[in-house]
Design a protein around this ligand. Structure first.
Ligand code: PMP
Length: 430
């Protein structure tokens, strides 16, 4: 905070496509999609117009007992694009709230199913699911989470799928996905008391853009089926095309019992999130009035019509600009270019899935020794990048690239070049 106080913040006044424009008129490429939310760029006509039209009708009415057209239409469109088997949508305002909903829903599901002993969750080390206390309880990043330990509920923690720093000391593929196996072992031993497994499919984003080996997700789905445990997939960061498919779980044909969406849902315009589940989970909450089987959870702005209209505009833009198809070329380019980063002296690991990329900087490549926190190497790179009109935000020693999916090819090239040069300059100067 002391450092923050000493600095003049950049004041972003406007946005245009993949660019942010500050109060002094400087233009920056939005290299992390305004914290992983922006999809098609800034100033997208479909989303702008959807919001404007909705403002003229009504900006908010409650979803308790009544409904509104954008919320209902969006629920239908979401179900149409979600993996098969997901049928029911519950709205909240942000990712963390939608995770809370998922946890409470899974917990209460088992109460209704006559298995009240299933009260615990399996989460992963290095996981991040948001900053509210339930979400922090299933988080696994000590830096963010350990201070709050006395306030949290206990979980079973399975290994992270972090191949570069495998905590089991193994190497893919000879490991045969031992990290997934550990999750399976926990379920085998404790499934009677486990309600659900929660994880970020394919990319542990805030944990450092850690990319899972192929097969991991499918394996965990199998264990959940075998041991009668709900699978909750948090696609707040990976959802809406970020990994190259609409949802990351599609890469392995996995349908979760509960899917959590947020961030990119409105194209990065307004706060909105959703917890989406199966008919089976939904049905467990049906009952007579006085049975009170309902899900007692609701947020004031759930299903906000402006946010839902923005989200409908976002999906319209996906169709109109054929966003997922056009992404292929950008992903191929990024993957190819990232290979070159491996040649830099202080780049330890380069990983990506779709347009989510992490470049892990190390003090020593051979021993993989990290830079000490006090060197702030990630930030030094980000500061260098600002001089090249690129705005990025690192996660510790991991330089993150997550541009809007709609970024034009020439801007993507500029972003990648500027990042490469910034890493080179910052690490060589240290
Ligand atoms: N889950 C994941 C995977 C996330 O990356 C984040 C945010 N970075 C959240 C949940 C929390 O979302 P929000 O910040 O909207 O509460």
């Amino acid at each position: 905070m002391r450092e923050y106080e000493g600095k003049d913040p950049v004041v972003i006044e406007r946005g245009e496509g993949a660019y942010l424009i500050d109060s002094e008129g400087r233009r920056y490429i939005d290299g992390v999609s305004s914290l992983w939310v922006n999809i098609h760029g800034h100033g997208v006509p479909e989303i702008d117009n959807a919001i404007k039209k909705q403002v003229d009708l009504i900006s908010h009415s409650t979803l308790l007992g009544v409904t509104n057209p954008p919320a209902a239409l969006l629920a239908k469109e979401l179900i149409d694009i979600c993996p098969p088997g997901l049928k029911k949508v519950f709205y909240s305002g942000d990712g963390a709230s939608a995770v809370e909903v998922a946890l409470k829903m899974a917990f209460q599901y088992w109460q209704h199913k006559g298995k009240p002993g299933k009260t615990k969750f399996v989460s992963l080390r290095n996981a991040y699911h948001g900053d509210t206390l339930g979400a922090v309880s299933v988080g696994g990043i000590d830096l963010f989470h350990s201070a709050f330990k006395p306030l949290l509920f206990d979980t079973y923690q399975a290994p992270s799928y972090y191949c570069y720093r495998c905590e089991l000391g193994k190497t893919y593929p000879s490991c045969e996905l031992a990290c997934a196996g550990e999750a399976g072992n926990i379920l085998e031993a404790h499934h009677e008391e486990i309600a659900g497994v929660i994880l970020e499919p394919y990319v542990q984003a805030a944990g450092g853009m850690i990319v899972s080996p192929p097969g991991y997700l499918g394996r965990v789905r199998e264990y959940c089926d075998r041991y009668g445990v709900l699978l909750i997939l948090d696609e707040v960061a990976t959802g809406f095309g970020r990994t190259g498919r609409m949802f990351a779980c599609e890469h392995e044909g996995v349908t979760p019992d509960i899917l959590v969406l947020g961030k990119g849902m409105t194209g990065g315009y307004l706060p909105l999130s959703a917890t989406i589940t199966t008919q089976d989970v939904y049905d467990a909450f049906l009952g007579e009035y006085e049975e009170f089987k309902t899900f007692f959870h609701g947020h004031s702005y759930a299903g906000n019509p402006l946010a839902c209209a923005a989200s409908l505009g976002n999906l319209e833009a996906f169709r109109k600009y054929d966003t997922l198809r056009n992404l292929r070329e950008k992903i191929d380019y990024l993957e190819e270019e990232l290979k070159e980063f491996n040649g830099l002296k202080h780049v330890g690991d380069v990983r990506s899935k779709g347009l989510m990329a992490g470049i892990e900087l190390v003090l020593d490549k051979e021993s993989r020794e990290p830079y000490p926190a006090g060197m702030k190497m990630g930030w030094r790179v980000a500061e260098e990048a600002m001089n090249e009109e690129v705005l990025i935000r690192p996660l510790g020693n991991v330089v993150v690239l997550m541009p809007p999916l709609g970024i034009p090819m020439e801007d993507l090239k500029k972003l990648v070049r500027a990042t490469y040069n910034s890493i080179k300059r910052a690490t060589e100067a240290a």
